[in-house]
Design a protein around this ligand. Sequence first.
Ligand code: ADP
Ligand code: MG
Length: 238
Amino acid sequence: HAEVAALRTSLGIRVSGFDAPKPVQTFEQCGLDGALMGVIKKAGYQKPTPIQAQAIPAALAGRDILGIAKTGSGKTAAFVLPMLVHIMDQPELEKGEGPIGIIVAPTRELSEQIHKETRRFSKPYNLRICAAFGGLSKYDQFKDLKAGAEVAVCTPGRMIDLIKMKACTCKRVTYLVFDEADRMFDMGFEPQVRSIMGQVRPDRQTLLFSATLPNKVDRLVQDALTSPVRVTVGEIGA
Ligand code: ADP
Ligand code: MG
């Protein structure tokens, strides 16, 4: 335990939550398949960032995660890599309908970046990553979801629209990510965020990332995450 504590201190992270796994020091220690190791290498990532070092093993163990980390800390790979493992592990991947993974971010620009990263990391697999945010044709997005995209990267408003249009249901969703939750709440998306959560089975895996932890976001964490591993990188925000 002293060794794990020293490792966390050297990474500049604080971790709480029941039985949080040991952080990794290399991507090799994550037990990812050769295909994923290839794309990580191709991206030029030599070793995990602090948030990745703790969040990846926890997410691979099936844990809910609260990650408090500011921009530029490498959050995207922290939730995308375990999501891809989770999806490729599904026994009836070919059969189901509707996405297995949903990633929600506050703005079109942020969703766009996450969509790009997700496509880059999912390249070795035959997965369809639907972009469900503004600035692109809602009709095309409807068709992508209807055709069975395994992942939706979305903004809250557009995702709700598409669900209302019956592009998909959330019945198959078992991996749900909220990125930049504090910004999402600042923008007034709490009702949409809660609506999406309410449509996803309660035994899902939920990952929530935020730069700060205001009361409203903390309440959502209490309501929506089950025994999360909490990881804080650097200073705690407001
Ligand atoms: P955040 O979401 O925390 O703002 P990003 O996931 O957008 O951070 O990552 C910030 C930048 O760091 C991106 O350009 C990303 O490709 C790069 N990056 C992420 N993880 C690593 C890593 N392990 N090694 C090197 N670069 C990384
Ligand atoms: Mg980000």
